[in-house]
Design a protein around this ligand. Structure first.
Ligand SMILES: [Zn+2]
Length: 258
C-alpha cells in the first residue's frame, strides 16, 4: 500500500515573476490585448531620445509606443547626434518638429497652428517627430545639448495646445484619472499621450491612431491601479481624529452620567 499523501503539499518555492514574451511586461499587467496586433504604420517618423533614467521607470510609456507604432526609433541617450539623422535633407521646411514647451528665447508653434503650416495629406513630405523622454529637468538639458543638431536639420519647436501650462490642472490622463507618477507641473502628459496628440494633428488617419494609442495607455493605468496600495491617512490627521473620537466618547460618557 502506498503511503498517504499529506493533505496539503508544501507551497512551491517562490517563482520569479513571469514576463510576457510579446509585450515584455509582467504577465499580471500584460497589455497584448490592447497593443495593436500589427504595429500601426505612420507617415511620420518618430525619434524618441530616451534618457537612461527613464528606462528604469516601470510606467514609462516609450516601450509601448515602440510596440504600437511601426516607425518609432528609440535612441537611448542624453543628446541627439548628427548620426541619428542619416541622409536627412533639409530641403523642405519644416521637415522635422520637436515637442517641447516654449521659452522666452525659443518660442514654439502650437499643434493647432502647425496644421496650418504643414499640409496634412498623403502627398506631402512626411515629418520627423522628435520627442524627449525624460523628467523636465533632464529634458531641458537634453534639448540644450541637442540644439546644434536641431538647428542643422531645421527642426521646428512644437508644443501641445494646453498640456504644458503650469496653471492648468487637467490635460493629462495621469492627472485626471490617476496620479501614478508625480510630475512637476499639473498639466504634464506622458510621452505616449503627447505623441498620440501630435499624430492626431499631423497624420491623415491621426484620430484613429490617437484613439488606439490612448486605449493602450488607459489599460496600462487601469491595470496598474490594481497594484496601488491604499493611501494611509497621514499620522497627524489620524492623531487629530483619534483625539476627536476620544472627546466624543468623553462627552457621551459625561452625558450618560458616568
Ligand atoms: Zn503581453
Amino acid at each position: 500500500m502506498e503511503p498517504k499523501q499529506p493533505a496539503s503539499s508544501p507551497p512551491p518555492p517562490q517563482r520569479r515573476r513571469q514576463i510576457c514574451c510579446k509585450c515584455d511586461r509582467p504577465q499580471t499587467v500584460c497589455l497584448c490585448h490592447v497593443i495593436p496586433a500589427a504595429a500601426l504604420p505612420t507617415r511620420t517618423k518618430i525619434i524618441i531620445l530616451h534618457h537612461p533614467h527613464e528606462s528604469q521607470h516601470k510606467l514609462n510609456t516609450t516601450p509601448l509606443l515602440a510596440k504600437s507604432l511601426l516607425h518609432v526609433t528609440t535612441v537611448p541617450g542624453r543628446r541627439l547626434l548628427p548620426a541619428h539623422f542619416p541622409n536627412y535633407e533639409n530641403d523642405q521646411s519644416p521637415r522635422a518638429i520637436y515637442l517641447f514647451p516654449p521659452s522666452p528665447s525659443s518660442p514654439a508653434v502650437t499643434l493647432s497652428n502647425l496644421q496650418s503650416l504643414v499640409p496634412i495629406n498623403r502627398e506631402a513630405a512626411p515629418l520627423t517627430l522628435i520627442v524627449f523622454d525624460a523628467t523636465w529637468k533632464h529634458a531641458k538639458e537634453m534639448v540644450r545639448a541637442s540644439e546644434g543638431v536641431l538647428r542643422s536639420i531645421g527642426a521646428l519647436r512644437v508644443c501641445l495646445d494646453t498640456g504644458f501650462d503650469e496653471t492648468i490642472g487637467g490635460g493629462s490622463i495621469y492627472d485626471s484619472e490617476l496620479l501614478l507618477r508625480k510630475e512637476p507641473f499639473g498639466g504634464c502628459v506622458s510621452t505616449l499621450e503627447a505623441v498620440a496628440r501630435c499624430l492626431r494633428a499631423v497624420e491623415p488617419d491621426g484620430m484613429e491612431i490617437e484613439r488606439k494609442l490612448i486605449e493602450v495607455l488607459r489599460e496600462m493605468v487601469r491595470l496598474q491601479a490594481g497594484f496601488l496600495k491604499p493611501v494611509k491617512p497621514r499620522p497627524k490627521l489620524l492623531k487629530k481624529n483619534q483625539t476627536k473620537e476620544k472627546e466624543k466618547e468623553r462627552e457621551k460618557n459625561e452625558s450618560s452620567g458616568f
